[in-house]
Design a binder for this molecule. Structure first.
Ligand code: CTP
Length: 244
């Protein structure tokens, strides 16, 4: 039979050859660098595949009563602020094509909504987004592709001031204080050093359409190879013999 050239038709997670392992993409970068925009653009362009987004933010630990009283002394940019074990468990389940219940985090009250969760179903592509998704090697090693969104610090700070005052119920002084005391030092200590793990660094974030097009092309190729391998397992054996 003629070989399909790509997996452009809607793919399903399981076929006659058994379940497929999803393609996992990590998207990291400093606060307000445009990570969410980059993820949304990738999801939009991969509309013929099932893609889910899991935000590391959903795994912020809720504050204890004591911590909540002194929230201005709490460092939300340190790796310990996240429940990484739970994040890892969630990714591992999704990789095994199981659906998961992801917590919903409330940035205004610094806690998780205790009753509601977001159901995330098994998918062809899983995108993991967050400031510190490359920090823990166990999470990092589950990724097939790592993207770092690189946006100038002044642009990020300006966006953060706007976002935190408009959407997260903060006043400008507290945003600037938190930025100087925790956000910037943690960026230098943890986020920036994790940039070296990236496969692709995108300057200017969501404004960089060329970079996003290239990334989407690469993901499509990888998903296509995956499908071909499942449908015609022998094809790749023959090809690799020729390559040798
Ligand atoms: N944060 C906070 N208060 C909390 C929890 C987190 O101020 N209760 C802040 C942390 O200081 C951290 C930031 O939230 O710097 C992480 O979110 P960020 O990456 O800025 O949000 P995204 O929308 O994912 O960023 P982007 O604009 O890149 O999409």
């Amino acid at each position: 039979p003629a070989l399909p050239l790509s997996s452009s038709s809607s793919s399903t997670l399981a076929d006659a050859n058994g379940p497929k392992q999803p393609f996992v993409i990590g998207v990291s970068g400093g606060t307000a660098s445009g990570k969410t925009t980059v993820c949304d653009m990738i999801i939009q362009q991969l509309h013929d595949h099932r893609v889910v987004l899991v935000n590391q933010d959903s795994f912020y630990r809720g504050l204890t009563a004591e911590e909540a009283k002194r929230v201005h002394e709490y460092n939300f940019d340190h790796p310990d602020a996240f429940d990484t074990e739970q994040f890892l468990e969630c990714i591992e389940k999704l990789r095994c094509t199981q659906s998961v219940q992801v917590p919903i985090y409330d940035f205004k009250n610094h806690r998780r909504c205790s009753e509601s969760f977001r159901q995330v179903n098994a998918s062809d592509v899983i995108i993991l987004e967050g400031i510190l998704v490359f920090h823990d090697p166990r999470v990092r090693n589950l990724m097939n592709m790592k993207i770092f969104v690189d946006t100038d610090a002044d642009v990020r700070l300006a966006r953060r001031i706007r976002r935190d005052t408009v959407e997260r119920g903060r006043d400008i002084n507290s945003v600037l204080e938190q930025y100087a005391k925790f956000v910037k030092p943690a960026f230098d200590d943890f986020v920036l050093p994790s940039k070296k793990y990236a496969d692709v660094i995108i300057p200017r974030g969501g404004d960089n359409h060329v970079a996003i097009d290239l990334i989407v092309q690469h993901i499509r190729t990888k998903l296509g190879q995956h499908d071909l391998c499942k449908i015609y397992p022998n094809v790749y054996v023959i090809q690799s013999t020729f390559q040798i």
